[in-house]
Design a protein around this ligand. Structure first.
Ligand SMILES: Nc1nc2c(c(=O)[nH]1)N[C@H]1C(S)=C(S)[C@@H](COP(=O)(O)OP(=O)(O)OC[C@H]3O[C@@H](n4cnc5c(=O)[nH]c(N)nc54)[C@H](O)[C@@H]3O)O[C@H]1N2
Ligand SMILES: Nc1nc2c(c(=O)[nH]1)N[C@H]1C(S)=C(S)[C@@H](COP(=O)(O)OP(=O)(O)OC[C@H]3O[C@@H](n4cnc5c(=O)[nH]c(N)nc54)[C@H](O)[C@@H]3O)O[C@H]1N2
Ligand SMILES: [Mo]
Length: 763
């Protein structure tokens, strides 16, 4: 086919915006209403209620929505779910099917012109499909032929390092373990994952300072804490069940400080939808709201710590936990002398907050001993993201708020098993001790060179150094930065393969040949030769537990993720000493191997059968910092933001609406921000609008000029909003075209998708 035009970006089309008042509270009755609407539309009422009753129950399946943990003991009577969990489930269990007939009647180029909302609503892929070289239509292919093609193409490469194996964070422990094992037996560490774009900065910052890349708190800590500081996170939308934990904090007398450029509705006020008596009252959650400018967090934390230091100097030991600092930490003196070089006056403009307000927060922090700090993408997706995380740790260390009840670090993870996938070895730079164990257990030589992360993978495909892309879940082209560049990179490949539940844009922006391999979702039954299987996942607080689907699979042709990995491995690896077919006959056998390789999984098969699962070891939780280079918790020296905006420039953060799951668009509303039926919007401060002569709902084009390359996103509607001056917000994936591939966080290489420098022009 000549001149096949594929659209890597969502269409530049407006959908009919309606603005409503920003609601005062989150959740409540509206949330129940919205859950049921999505369930009924996608799944039907009877099947839908059955589904919700199994969601996050101990005998049910884990919500594919987020990685927030379930209560250890008490679970909600009807169901432990939230509005957005219900939407996630509805999306997966949808009645709509993408069958071979669908593909025969819809060309790839035609599908690429649809919006992501429309593509996703097409439904679940039911059969393995191939797009042959030069064709514009996917056709059915047998599983065997698909495996053979992958095996042949992989074996034809000059080096295994020319293949890339991406993972999105929904993949179970069992599937992830087999996948990385296959990839390493094949001969590469090219295992990028969505974490590279997500909490990589947390992993780097926490490992350096505390010796573990994961958070230290448990859910119960929220019942015992004096103070929770929530930074750069919008739990009302992205982790709604976290609001129940925050409500418990308040009930027990704890306080909440929120640090965010936006007064996100869910965090400010919350009505618990699980508690009908509360539907009409509502709880005030945030006690002090610090409306920080985008990327002003290091400056803000430094001011807070300077204010604390002032008090501490009056009376030694009154504010800082000197015993903890002496016994457990290193670099305190260096840290303090660096802090003293900073001036509140110079730092203040970066925060955009008045000093009295910050003083109020510092006074509250000063008097508290048990502090939890929670954060998500608002801290991790900046150029100095690792500094953000380390500065959070500095504050906790000063207060001795780590390794004790009611205190610690809480990076709130995204995908429901993103943390587990890392534990299983999905990482381009796993430690030698992990690789040694893997080699011993499976009798092979594992590659030791570090592999490509997400950004390196895109650059390698663009430069044609990598030629095959295989995605275990996810939607690479829409989730990654610099959409046009990345789409070129994928189109350079000989073969692109996606193991997916639902149709998405990455199936349409393809290599010379492309495969879609449809897999079972969380909610579906997984039957292998020894009978029905379950899989396991690890949540944001390090609890490993089982998840067990109950629905009939969407078609007889879809396979489980472990079965697909085994199929590819059998067709690719000539000399593997692993019996792949046997491993997938009974997932207990996979778990036995995991137990051999990974610390903390002793008696995996029996402990995973205990209702509620088991905790993995966590050194920071017990104040053991031996895994750091000096065996201590480390204070670090971090720099405030270096961004200097020119007169006509703005800083843009790319965020999620209330109606999307990353690149999966559930609907076109962002109810909590008062926007209905439109995604192409830019939130701006009224004063900035005035300076640019812009009115509400004017249409503008956005440009970014990083590295002297012009990137344009056209047709966005201006919305006046409560956001600091010079700061703006748009939604991804629409705005991803503006995120420069080379603009990444130092040390973690995470795309800086919350600090995009743009200019704004009226159309
Ligand atoms: N329903 C639903 N649930 C989800 C997801 C979803 O898309 N939909 N995605 C999942 C995934 S993978 C993830 S990683 C998480 C994401 O969860 P979040 O991190 O909550 O998601 P974002 O929409 O990126 O929101 C970032 C928040 O940080 C704030 N922010 C931006 N820049 C700054 C800054 O410089 N400083 C501060 N202090 N704040 C800032 C924004 O205003 C916003 O409130 O959610 C997970 N759960
Ligand atoms: N500009 C900007 N870009 C961002 C972000 C941002 O805040 N701003 N956030 C980043 C973050 S935090 C993340 S985590 C990434 C997310 O990046 P990804 O994880 O790559 O993207 P998702 O949209 O979560 O992937 C959705 C697809 O996964 C497939 N899928 C769903 N469930 C399953 C399953 O059970 N098995 C399999 N095999 N496939 C399944 C479906 O086909 C669906 O279309 O995006 C990043 N991109
Ligand atoms: Mo994420």
């Amino acid at each position: 086919m000549k001149d096949k035009k594929l659209n890597a970006q969502p269409p530049e089309k407006l959908t009919g915006i309606k603005l409503i008042e920003v609601p005062k509270t989150a959740a409540g009755f509206k949330a129940i209403q919205s859950s049921f609407k999505h369930i009924i539309d996608e799944v039907g009422l009877t099947k839908g209620i059955g589904l919700l009753s199994k969601l996050n129950q101990k005998n049910g399946f884990d919500c594919p929505g987020c990685a927030w943990p379930d209560p250890d003991e008490k679970r909600a009577f009807l169901a432990e779910y939230c509005e957005n969990g219900a939407k996630a489930v509805a999306e997966e269990a949808t009645k709509n099917k993408v069958s071979p007939l669908f593909f025969a009647t819809h060309s790839v180029s035609e599908l690429s012109k649809l919006s992501d909302y429309e593509i996703g609503k097409s439904g679940r892929v039911t059969h393995p499909m191939i797009l042959k070289e030069g064709s514009d239509f996917y056709e059915e292919i047998s599983w065997n032929d698909a495996y053979k093609l992958i095996g042949k193409e992989l074996n034809d490469l000059n080096s295994p390092d020319e293949a890339i194996f991406y993972t999105s964070g929904r993949t179970s422990n069992e599937a992830a373990f087999l996948y990385q094992l296959f990839v390493r037996q094949y001969g590469t560490n090219n295992l990028p994952d969505c974490s590279n774009m997500c909490h990589e900065s947390s992993g780097v910052g926490l490992s350096q300072t505390l010796g573990i890349g994961k958070g230290s708190v448990t859910l119960d800590d929220f019942n015992h804490t004096d103070l929770v500081i929530v930074m750069g996170q919008n739990p009302g939308t992205n982790h709604p069940r976290m609001l129940s934990a925050l409500k418990d904090t308040k009930k027990n007398g704890g306080k909440i400080i929120t640090i965010n450029p936006l007064p996100e509705v869910g965090l400010m006020n919350f009505k618990d939808p699980q508690n009908s008596l509360k539907w009409f009252s509502g709880d005030k959650l945030t006690d002090i709201f610090l409306q920080v400018k985008i990327n002003g967090d290091v400056a803000l934390l430094k001011i807070i710590m300077l204010l604390l230091l002032e008090k501490e100097k009056h009376q030694k030991g009154s504010i800082f936990d000197l015993k903890f600092i002496n016994d457990k930490t290193a670099n305190y003196e260096e840290f303090i002398s660096d802090l003293e070089k900073e001036s509140i006056h110079d730092l203040l403009p970066q925060t955009g907050i008045n000093l009295t307000k910050i003083q109020e927060a510092a006074d509250l922090i000063a008097e508290k001993e048990k502090i939890i700090i929670c954060w998500a993408m608002g801290l991790t997706q900046h150029k100095n993201a690792v500094d953000n995380i380390r500065e959070v740790v500095n504050l906790l260390l000063l207060k001795g708020s780590i390794g004790k009840k009611g205190a610690g670090t809480c990076p709130v993870r995204g995908h429901s098993n993103v943390q587990g996938d890392r534990t299983m070895g999905i990482w381009e730079k796993m430690s030698d001790s992990f690789l040694d164990k893997l080699e011993q257990t499976f009798d092979f030589k594992a590659p030791r060179n570090h592999g490509y992360d997400v950004v390196n993978s895109i650059e390698a495909m663009y430069a044609q150094k990598a030629k095959i892309f295989i995605g275990m879940g996810g939607n690479f082209v829409s989730a990654t930065p610099d959409t046009e560049y990345t789409s070129k990179a994928l189109q350079n490949c000989n073969l692109t393969v996606h193991i997916s539940t639902k149709l998405n844009r990455s199936h349409l922006i393809h290599g010379k040949q492309a495969l879609i391999l449809p897999c079972l979702g969380r909610s579906e039954k997984d039957i292998q030769s020894s009978g029905e299987q379950f899989v396991s996942v690890e949540n944001s607080m390090g609890i490993v537990h089982q998840t067990h689907g109950h629905l009939e699979p969407v078609s007889n042709e879809v396979l489980s993720e472990p079965a697909i990995v085994a199929g590819i491995a059998n067709a690719t690896l000539k000399n593997s000493k692993t019996n792949w077919s046997e491993l997938i006959s009974n997932y207990d056998l996979i778990r036995e191997k995991i137990e051999n390789v990974i610390p903390g999984f002793d008696n995996y098969n029996s402990r995973v059968r205990i209702k509620g699962g088991f905790y993995l070891p966590n050194n920071a939780r017990v104040n053991d910092f031996s895994p750091t280079h000096n065996g201590k918790a480390n204070f670090t020296i971090n720099k405030p933001s270096e961004i200097k905006l020119k007169e006509n420039e703005f800083i843009m953060m790319t965020i999620r609406t209330h109606d999307q799951y990353n690149t999966t668009i559930y609907g076109l509303n962002d109810r909590y921000r008062g926007v209905l039926n439109e995604r192409r919007v830019i939130f701006m401060n009224k004063n900035d609008m005035k300076k640019l002569n812009l009115n509400k709902l004017d249409i503008v084009n956005l440009t970014n000029n990083f590295d002297n390359k012009l990137r344009i996103a056209k047709k966005f509607l201006v919305i006046p909003y409560n956001i600091p001056e010079k700061c703006t917000a748009t939604y991804f994936p629409e705005a991803n075209v503006l995120v420069p591939i080379k603009s990444t966080a130092k040390l973690s290489n995470t795309p800086a998708s919350k600090t995009v420098i743009i200019t704004i022009k009226k159309q």
